[in-house]
Design a protein around this ligand. Sequence first.
Ligand code: SAH
Length: 264
Amino acid sequence: APAVFTEAEFYQQSFNPRAYLEEYYSLSDSREWAVVFLKQNLRSLHKMFSLDEVRGDTLIDVGCGPTIYQLLSACEHFQEITALDYTDQNRRELEKWLKNEAGAFDWVPVVKYVCELEGDREKWAEKQEKLRKKVKQVLKCDVTKANPTGPMSLPPADCIVSTLCLEGACKDLPTFRSALRNIGTLVKPGGHLVMVTVLRETYYAFNNQVFSCLSLEKHEVKEAVEAAGFEVKFSEEQPTTVHDDCTNCSGVLSLVARRCPSAN
Ligand code: SAH
């Protein structure tokens, strides 16, 4: 495990989007635990975005990284999506896929799996097109800033989704709690937060780079979400079993919360 916190600038210097995608999102048989981890998260996202109240026009993905899996169920229920991430190379890698450029990562196996969850595996090409059309912009953000997209201000969205970002971006629990307040300003009062967070993880590694992670318990995440002005509507912890030393997480928390209507 890294002795020090790996800050956003370390992500900018060292996070290799391609290696990350190959390591965690290739659904290849040689990475058995990563396949289980991804499929479990896809099922959770499918379940959370199937909730009747998680609907609207606009969705913001906070800390999108180079990935799209977190938007596959979401894009059926929102019209316009904005994706945010700190690092240039991750936003670039995402744009590559959105523009269907040569050399973009192949998400087809993942898209097919989500279509299967939704009842029709044959719709994968249609879904890819739908998502490509709905993601309108990919912008820089820093979740540790009071206005994460500053100096620009985005109109608050009906929903925000954030997967596997805050626990990596925050050095301690107070920073995690303030990051939730920061990203909370991106969602309208009465709107929703959909989150997937690893629990009890202190590091993850790929491509010979080690990234630090804030070790969180379920109750700490829920309390931070509530303190940021949200009411938790759904939460579910699932165990993870990792068989190699690329990470030490032992659970994943999926959570849906509603921003209090009176928040401002
Ligand atoms: N959401 C993706 C990527 C997670 S990797 C997934 O589910 O796989 C963590 C991401 O957090 C990286 O893309 C990194 O660039 C981003 N990140 C790290 N620090 C950040 C910060 N301070 N503000 C915003 N994003 C940050």
